[in-house]
Ligand binder design. Structure first.
Ligand SMILES: *[C@@H]1O[C@H](CO)[C@@H](O)[C@H](O)[C@H]1NC(C)=O
Ligand SMILES: *[C@@H]1O[C@H](CO)[C@@H](O)[C@H](O)[C@H]1NC(C)=O
Ligand SMILES: *[C@@H]1O[C@H](CO)[C@@H](O)[C@H](O)[C@H]1NC(C)=O
Length: 315
């Protein structure tokens, strides 16, 4: 059993039958002080063979970290595998999904609301857990993946993907730790949280008022800084989120209730607003706004992840 700081990495499923999942394993990652447990799922390329992955040597890999791993980890793993036959030059890629033990579903749902919640100047209920969560990923999880799970692999670029409240977390990670990931993928983010206050923080980060696009290039070249040393950012949303269409099977009341639920998210408006605040910023090498016509909050989670893989790999 490996440990880093207060975190212990306890094998949960070391190997599935190799005829089922030859390249997926799970761990309980538990903090001895806080008693918090994450359920971490890691998948690696078929070409690396079945477990233990420690045997892999002389490889290089991209890594995608996915929050809400219980809901999206398999989508990410399958996305990389499905893409390989249509993109034969795809680099080897590892998926690290960060989820929660499902022994107590309520606990898991509550926990994400803490982990993804950005800090505010005044205390909140539930408390903000985004900074400790970032510290866990950067200070314990990633070092363990690199040095213990795959000691024979040279790791290249990393991406972070999150959907919904996890999408808000990705925005917070970008503006608070822009050099932590190469690519930040935020799908249907809950920008509406705290009356959209993250938008002002995004503007402070992007410093668009300080230097326009042209000046930004001069500034960068003047400092001898490569344009591609900055992270890339994608924000995605579905048109049905802000503008739902009545389902065949829905009553008028159910439709009105659903519209009322989604209205405060103002998903189209807020995502476009976010894009305007970042486009042209010197702090990013690329910003993409991606709209999914006819998709709702749930389906964007999978579409943006698959397209996010394409975007992340293609640099
Ligand atoms: C994993 O963590 C959960 C939640 O703390 C616990 O119920 C379970 O027994 C743990 N499994 C192992 C193998 O440690
Ligand atoms: C890995 O590369 C080193 C140096 O090139 C070589 O000596 C070693 O045999 C390689 N290992 C494997 C398993 O290919
Ligand atoms: C929410 O933000 C808007 C501006 O974006 C502001 O006009 C409004 O007063 C704010 N509401 C609350 C409750 O803070």
């Amino acid at each position: 059993m490996a440990s880093i700081g207060n975190w212990s990495f306890i094998p949960l499923v070391s190997a599935f039958p190799t005829t089922v999942f030859p390249n997926i394993a799970l761990w309980n990652v538990t903090n001895a002080v806080t008693d918090l447990t994450y359920q971490i799922e890691i998948s690696w390329p078929f070409e690396w063979g079945s477990s233990p992955p420690e045997d892999v040597s002389n490889k290089t890999a991209l890594t995608m970290y996915v929050v809400d791993g219980n809901a999206l980890g398999m989508t990410a793993s399958e996305g990389f595998k499905r893409r390989k036959p249509v993109a034969s030059t795809q680099p080897d890629s590892v998926v690290v999904s960060i989820g929660y033990p499902l022994t107590d579903n309520v606990y898991a749902l509550n926990r994400r609301v803490t982990d993804f919640r950005p800090p505010l100047p005044t205390p909140q209920v539930p408390p903000s857990g985004a900074d400790p969560f970032i510290e866990f990923i950067d200070g314990a999880l990633r070092p363990w993946v690199r040095s213990t799970v795959f000691p024979g692999v040279s790791f290249m670029r990393d991406a972070l993907y999150g959907h919904s409240f996890g999408g808000l977390f990705v925005i917070y990670a970008l503006i608070s730790h822009p050099s932590m990931f190469d690519t930040f993928l935020s799908a249907s983010p809950a920008i509406t949280w705290n009356n959209g206050s993250i938008r002002d923080d995004v503007s402070s980060f992007s410093k668009l008022g300080n230097h326009g696009k042209k000046k930004c290039h001069d500034f960068k070249l003047g400092k001898g800084k490569s344009l591609t040393s900055q992270p890339a950012f994608v924000v995605s949303y579905g048109t049905l989120e802000q503008f739902p269409v009545k389902r065949r099977t829905e009553t008028e009341e159910e439709y009105e209730a659903r519209k009322a639920f989604y209205a405060p998210f103002k998903m189209t408006d807020y995502c476009k607003d976010l894009y305007r605040r970042l486009k042209g910023s010197c702090e990013l090498r690329d910003v993409v706004l991606k709209e999914y016509a006819g998709q709702d909050h749930s389906s964007v989670g999978a579409s943006a992840l698959n397209d996010g893989i394409e975007y992340f790999v293609d640099w």
